[in-house]
Design a protein around this ligand. Structure first.
Ligand code: ADP
Ligand code: MG
Length: 607
């Protein structure tokens, strides 16, 4: 038997090692931008194309490299940032492993131009798959330009596993955001396929947050500061009332490096404890400064977790400084229950805040007339066998003109002969029929009705838009704008008249007919919120989710008093649905008690 162990050729070894550091275009962007920061740049420009798959360019005005250093920088373990083991315990730079450029060069075509301020000529290098193609002098402003083309062109297996451009772009945005927030003193620019995504002027941390997340953040931020021997804390928390259902705006930086740390996250969450709903997440932008000796530096290049030596103390200090900030700025708990799905609303609260019903009443509507072709026919034969025929009296209902808009708190007045419905606790509709008693959750019923109507209209391409009197502009963070771009076509199909209107900005001119009377911005915010937590859906599922969210937001809430007409129309519409028993999100809409069941109860009680 011959010996079988062989040393891998450099090229293959490099490719394998590269896989650890450079997993996707976003990793290359992160490494290049961090190098630029380490080089003391004051201005960094990032240009990407096709989610970074075909093109990434990072330009900085930092200290540049000499001819020799430029060539050496692509060698594995080549770094200017540490020299001896002890240096590992005093790291102030982002990089120190000397692996990033070697890794990128192993799996891409790299072009480097760099010049130190003190040199009159710069140097220009091209490398493909770790092989030097050429190196020659060049004329450029001082600083460094790295251009990465065709990432993973020589590693088809990796290339194949890259996601869509939009998804890769989102990863790039995440990395970009983290570095840009960590260094508000540096000017940053990001372009995607030629169009500007971020133009960030140097400024304070607060200014940077506001630049990145939108002007309305200025009022949402509450400063947090604490200075102890162990740790210096600075930054901001987001006021509790703006807590989100999806995680996202949660940033910890340790010594200007973005980190994730579930233990410290927990400290923040407990500080917010009684101030936000349990399913919401507090937002925060918090910088910690600790002596580097107290940090475990052996951080894997792609990992963002770090270990502190005194984690428990830092936990306590962080928690108390956030409590203090919340107290100092006098943030009283002010939960906005109205934004919650209506079925979770405690009834008490709403009894005193009765709102006008939001459904539009078609006064000429006869709920029991045959439906015109379409909706009604579709469900013939699909309804459960026990589905009620409304009692005959209601076929003759004629409501006098003047009483059509009368609102009653019970829905029940004189005229009980004709009335099959009444509203219970401003929340349930009770329908008596000769099939028994139906108790219907008004919010969920309306959700179902809206959902069906919009789905049907979309299927038939017949969605009507309702023009807004005053078009509204919507300014989003770059991350949300990329979500928006993905949703745009579906939104238009649903009847939103909406279009891009400059960088990360959209103009809303109209909303779906069913949404008349609703705040377009609130509807869209609701969709974005859901989108953030549902990114992996395919197109059809996503449309479905969007309809679920919209119908939830648009449906009448519990606590809203319905007049007779409205109640009747709602129940009639529900009875036309093919799915009257479950709401679009899968919750029960109604339950029925048959005459037999009723009779049985009375029989039992007799003894
Ligand atoms: P590390 O950052 O861990 O040192 P890299 O592979 O990222 O390793 O970079 C190798 C070296 O190349 C760095 O230590 C630095 O000296 C040099 N370098 C990389 N990018 C730049 C840049 N934009 N400007 C100046 N020097 C750079
Ligand atoms: Mg580096």
């Amino acid at each position: 038997m011959p010996d079988i162990i062989q040393i891998l050729p450099d090229a293959i070894a490099n490719q394998i090692a590269a896989g650890e550091v450079i997993q996707r275009p976003a990793s290359a962007v992160k490494e290049l931008v961090e190098n630029a920061v380490d080089a003391g740049a004051q201005k960094i420009t990032v240009i990407v194309k096709e989610g970074g798959k075909s093109f990434i360019q990072v330009t900085d005005d930092g200290k540049g490299m000499s001819e020799t250093d430029a060539r050496l920088s692509f060698e594995r373990h080549a770094t200017s940032k540490i020299r001896k083991a002890d240096d590992l315990f005093a790291i102030r730079t982002k990089g120190f492993r000397g692996e990033a450029l070697a890794s990128i060069a192993a799996v891409a075509k790299v072009n480097l131009k760099t010049r130190r301020p003190e040199d009159s000529l710069g140097t220009h290098i091209e490398i493909e798959a770790s092989e030097l193609i050429f190196q020659e002098p060049c004329n450029i402003p001082s600083g460094t330009v790295f251009t990465i083309k065709s990432l993973f062109y020589n590693v088809p297996a990796r290339r194949k596993f890259l996601k869509s451009d939009a998804v890769e772009m989102r990863h790039i945005l995440d990395e970009f955001q983290r570095v840009a927030l960590a260094h508000p003193e540096v000017e940053f620019h990001l372009y995607n396929n030629q169009s500007p995504v971020y133009q960030l002027e140097p400024g304070t941390f607060r200014q940077r947050i506001v630049q990145m997340f939108g002007a309305n953040y200025n009022d949402r931020l509450v400063p947090v500061t604490e200075d102890t021997d162990l740790v210096r804390i600075s930054g901001f928390i987001v006021k509790p009332e703006f807590a989100r259902k999806t995680r996202g705006e949660q940033f910890f930086f340790v010594n200007d490096r973005f980190i994730k740390n579930s233990y410290l996250h927990h400290a923040v969450v407990t500080a917010f404890n009684d101030l936000i709903a349990s399913e919401s997440h507090p937002g925060y932008f918090i910088k910690l400064e600790v002596n580097p000796v107290q940090l475990d530096v052996n951080i894997h290049p792609t990992k963002t977790e770090v270990k502190f030596e005194d984690e428990r103390f830092i936990y306590a200090i962080l928690r108390s400084s956030i409590r203090q900030a919340l107290g100092k700025y006098n943030i009283a708990p002010s939960l906005d229950f109205d934004n919650e799905p209506a079925f979770d609303i405690p009834l008490k609260k709403n009894i005193h805040q009765v709102k006008q019903p939001q459904i539009t009443v078609n006064t000429g509507y006869n709920p029991f007339a045959e439906r015109p072709a379409g909706g009604y026919k579709k469900m013939e034969g699909l309804l459960p066998a026990e589905w009620p025929e409304p009692v005959s009296a209601s076929r003759e209902i004629i409501i006098p003109e003047e009483s059509r808009h009368i609102q009653t708190s019970t829905g029940f007045e004189e005229d009980t002969v004709h009335l099959n419905y009444f509203q219970l606790m401003n929340k349930y509709l009770v329908a008596g029929t000769d099939q028994g008693l139906f108790i219907i959750d008004q919010h969920r019923a309306h959700e179902r009705v809206i959902f069906d109507r919009m789905a049907e209209a979309m299927e038939k391409n017949k969605v009507a838009s309702q023009m807004e009197l005053f078009p509204e502009t919507l300014q989003l963070s770059a991350a949300d704008a990329s979500h928006m771009d993905e949703m745009l076509e579906d939104l238009q199909c649903m009847g939103f008249d909406i279009e891009p209107f400059g960088t990360n900005t959209y103009l809303i001119r109209g909303v779906p007919g069913d949404a008349a009377g609703h705040q377009p911005l609130a509807l869209i915010e609701g969709l974005l919120e859901d989108f953030r937590s549902q990114q992996k859906l395919n197109r059809t599922d996503r449309r479905q989710r969007m309809l679920i969210v919209l119908s939830n937001k648009m449906a009448i809430k519990s606590g809203v008093i319905l007049n007779r007409m409205e109640a009747e129309q709602l129940v009639a519409d529900l009875f036309h649905s093919t799915m009257p028993y479950t709401s679009p999100s899968g919750k029960p809409i109604l339950f029925r008690m048959s005459l037999e069941e009723l009779d049985e109860k009375f029989l039992k009680n007799r003894n």
